[in-house]
Structure formats: structure tokens, C-alpha cells
Design a binder for this molecule. Structure first.
Ligand code: FAD
Ligand code: DHB
Length: 413
């Protein structure tokens, strides 16, 4: 519920809420729903349109803990109907695929392939059902008074200026958002590594030719086979970081995909019409602390991982669970200890995911300028991985997701 809406001619509309959330990606929408389930008010402000947010093609792999969280929140209906549970994955090198049995190595855990856009659609539907405010197409979004007891979100919507006065602001506005850059210079420590390659990703109308993902290390570079549904294949190709998608015809994309992915036993992806294609640069990035005053950063606004380990969306979910627990304790008991611990609790998980994503990326990709020694060492790494139950167990437990830092119960679920 919004309280205290006042407006006079020519003045900004003043809204009052408990938690102002900037960004309606997975982090912002999940947080809004977790707060709702605890009876805490929020206003979500998103600068893009509803269709754009839903149609944006991004992640596809949900960790076991993220699936459990969505189900515990009561928003797992679509996931249960259309999500594809995978109990294993393949690592392919020197033309041979090696299966890693995730479920067997982790006591029955698995990952679920379910498009991020479907997760976002489900969460927007859930938000709409709560009737709590969610503004799409907000313009000129800014945040201020972060050190004061009532920080503010300002934006324009439908030609009107709005101010949302909040107890707290959650900066869930992704890597390019305004929240992180509103924190004064000198407060944050930035840790960053930019990789000398990017991923060209496609969605193709083609029946997936494998029931499970295939991560391929090839002399010409990395390639990844994934899917979105029983009729849609999702594929990625390592390319130079500044590659223009316009320089890749559909024929050239398929030729390179097949060159890198075709295995000695003849396995290869099925070919079909390309529905969408784009290039994404890759970086590792963390800021600490993930808080300044009454602004809390969550998800990609605070950290980016290279996509190889499929961790980004899952980290966003883990962050907001920790934040929801802290806000629940604050509103129910006036407790501030968990708010104060927020950043420390989150970054422990963030750094483990950073290390895993860096390792997956470094082992599977070809680095410009690498020599024959580097290539042989990477192959040896993969040979060891796929020949050692201990090494496969280590990969499996990180891939399906390390345990969440806080219990669902403590966040009111
Ligand atoms: P975002 O999804 O970026 O959401 C931020 C929201 O804030 C957006 O809706 C944006 O429009 C909005 N916003 C931005 N600026 C403003 C502003 N000024 N005012 C208001 N709103 C604003 N992760 C995985 O876990 N598994 C995977 O398999 C995986 N694969 C990936 C593949 C690719 C090709 C890419 C690019 C990413 C992948 N990721 C994956 C990462 C994952 O998509 C992100 O980590 C995830 O989207 C983070 O969610 P978020 O809500 O923090 O940020
Ligand atoms: C997908 C993306 C990833 O980054 C990954 O590691 C596995 C799958 C996907 O989009 O399906």
C-alpha cells in the first residue's frame, strides 16, 4: 500500500513507502515479493517497458536453491510446468563428451533450465496480483538523501514528476543502473577483471539434440549448448569482445557452432532458424560494501560474473533473501544487526561464485596469445576433472549451488 499521496498543481507527486526498489529485474521483483509476503510495503521503479523487461533474453539455469526459493515463495507454478530439470551436464574436449552426474554427486540436487524472462514474467504477474505499485517506463530515475532517515527515489512517469520517500532503498538496477554510481567517491572498493572475449548467443527454432547442457572446449574457442524448451535450442560461442553481431550471418554462426561442437561420435546441435542473436562482453566485478547508508545494492548492481558458471541470476536471488531477512527483523523487532551484516553475509557467497565462474571461464575459453603449453594445461585440467570423482563432486556442488547463507524460515517463508 502507498500512504501519503499528496499532489498540488505543478508539484511532484509524493509517495511514501517502506522500501523503494529501483529495477524490475529478478533481484527487484524477488525482493518486492519477499517483502510483500512479510507485509512490508514497497514501490518498484523500472526504466524500461514491461514487454522489454519480459522479452529480454538472458539467463537460463536455476540452481537448486533458487528453485526451492521460488517454490517456497509460491511463484513456482510456471517453473513446475515448463522448467526442465537436469541431473547432469556434459563437458566436451578433444571431441569427446564426458557426463558429470550432478544428482549422484550432490545427494540428489539438480539444476533447472527455465528462461530468466519466464521467471521475470511470473514475478510480474505475482506483483500485479498484490496490487502494490510497479512503475514501468520511468524516466530520469535518481536516488538521493542516502545518509538520511528517509532516502528518496525521484523519477518521471507519464509526464509527471514523482518522489518516493522511503525507509530504505534497494538498488536492484543492474550493472548499468544509477544506484551504485550515486554512492559518493571513496566509499566503495571495486574489484574487477575484464575478459578478452565475449559470448555470441543465439536462440534457434530447433529441437535440442541433447537432454543436458554441453560445455565445449575447442581449439577455436569455447562453445555452449543449452536450451529453453523442447523446441528451442540456446547456443553460445566465444568471440572477440568487440565483435559486432552484424558481422555474423546466420550461415557463419551455424558453421562455427558445428565446427566447435560436433563430437567424434557424431553428436551435434540440430540446426534451425535463428530467432534472436546478440553479443555480450564478459567481466568479473564486485563492489564492497554492498551498502551505503540506507541504500542496499543487490544482484548485478553490486557484482557481475562471467556467464560460464551460470551464477548471476542465482546470486541475485541469494542477495535478496539475505536482505528480506534483515528487513523483516527490522520491521518486526527493530533489530538492525542483520541489516549491518548484509554486505558481509552476501559477499562471502559472491566471492565463492566469482572464483567458480572465473575457473570455469579460464579453463574452457581460449585466451588470445595463449601458447601450446596453455592449451595442453587446460586440457589436462578438464581430463583431471572428468576422471576424478573428487573433482567432479567439487564442480557439481558449486554448479547446483552452494547452500543459501540464511534459512527461508528466517526470511518469513
Ligand atoms: P538485471 O536483470 O540487470 O535487472 C536490473 C533492472 O534494472 C533491469 O530491468 C533494468 O532495466 C533496470 N534498470 C537499469 N537502470 C535503471 C534505472 N536507472 N532506473 C530504473 N531501472 C533501471 N545468470 C544465471 O544465474 N544463470 C545463467 O544461465 C546466466 N546466463 C546469462 C547469459 C547471458 C548471455 C547474460 C547476459 C547473463 C546471464 N546471467 C546468468 C546473468 C543474469 O542474467 C544476471 O545476473 C541477472 O539478470 C541479474 O539480475 P538483476 O535483477 O540483478 O539485474
Ligand atoms: C545458459 C547460460 C549460461 O551462462 C550457462 O552457463 C548455461 C546455460 C543458458 O542461457 O541456457
Amino acid at each position: 500500500m502507498i500512504v501519503g499521496v499528496q499532489r498540488q498543481m505543478g508539484e511532484a507527486t509524493n509517495l511514501r513507502t517502506q522500501v523503494g526498489i529501483v529495477g524490475a529485474g529478478p533481484a527487484g521483483l524477488l525482493l518486492g515479493q519477499l517483502l510483500h509476503l512479510n507485509g512490508i510495503d514497497s514501490v518498484i521503479v523500472e526504466n524500461r517497458g514491461r514487454d522489454y523487461v519480459i522479452d529480454r533474453v538472458r539467463a537460463g539455469v536455476l540452481e537448486q536453491g533458487t528453485v526451492d526459493l521460488l517454490n517456497a515463495m509460491g511463484v513456482g507454478g510456471g517453473l513446475g510446468r515448463a522448467g526442465l530439470r537436469h541431473e547432469g551436464l556434459h563437458v566436451s574436449f578433444e571431441g569427446r563428451r564426458h557426463r558429470i552426474n550432478l544428482a549422484d554427486l550432490t545427494g540428489g540436487k539438480a539444476i533447472t533450465v527455465y528462461g530468466q524472462n519466464e521467471v521475470v514474467r511470473d514475478l510480474i504477474d505475482a506483483r500485479t496480483a498484490t496490487t502494490r505499485p510497479l512503475y514501468f517506463d520511468a524516466e530520469c530515475v535518481s536516488v538521493g538523501a542516502l545518509d538520511s532517515p528517509t532516502p528518496v527515489i525521484r523519477f518521471q512517469h507519464g509526464g509527471t514528476d514523482h518522489e518516493v520517500h522511503c525507509d530504505f532503498i534497494a538498488g536492484c538496477d543492474g550493472f548499468h543502473g544509477v544506484c551504485r554510481s550515486s554512492i559518493p567517491d571513496g566509499v566503495l572498493t571495486v574489484y574487477e577483471r575484464v575478459y578478452p572475449f565475449g559470448w555470441l548467443g543465439i536462440l534457434a527454432e530447433a529441437t535440442p539434440s541433447s537432454d543436458e547442457l554441453v560445455y565445449t572446449c575447442h581449439e577455436r574457442g569455447f562453445a555452449l549448448f543449452s536450451m529453453r524448451s523442447p523446441t528451442i535450442t540456446r547456443l553460445y560461442l566465444q568471440v572477440p569482445p568487440d565483435e559486432s553481431i552484424d558481422d555474423w550471418s546466420d550461415e557463419a554462426i551455424w558453421a562455427e557452432m558445428l565446427e566447435r561442437m560436433t563430437a567424434r561420435d557424431g553428436w551435434r546441435p540440430n540446426v534451425g532458424p535463428i530467432l534472436q542473436k546478440s553479443v555480450t562482453p564478459m567481466r568479473s566485478f564486485v563492489v564492497e560494501p554492498m551498502r551505503h547508508g540506507r541504500l542496499f545494492l543487490a544482484g548485478d548492481s553490486a557484482h557481475i560474473v562471467p556467464p560460464t558458471g551460470a551464477k548471476g541470476l542465482n546470486l541475485a536471488a541469494a542477495d535478496v533473501l539475505v536482505l528480506a531477512r534483515a528487513m523483516k527483523a527490522h520491521y518486526e523487532r527493530g533489530a538492525t544487526a542483520w541489516l549491518d551484516e548484509y554486505s558481509d553475509v552476501c559477499v562471502r557467497r559472491v566471492w565463492k561464485a566469482q572464483r567458480f565462474s572465473w575457473w570455469m571461464t579460464s579453463t574452457l575459453h581460449r585466451f588470445p596469445g595463449e601458447n601450446a603449453f596453455d592449451h595442453r594445461r587446460r586440457i589436462a585440467d578438464l581430463d583431471y576433472l572428468t576422471g576424478s570423482r573428487a573433482a567432479m563432486t567439487s564442480l557439481a556442488e558449486q554448479y547446483v549451488g552452494l547452500p543459501m547463507e540464511v534459512s527461508f524460515d528466517s526470511a518469513g517463508l
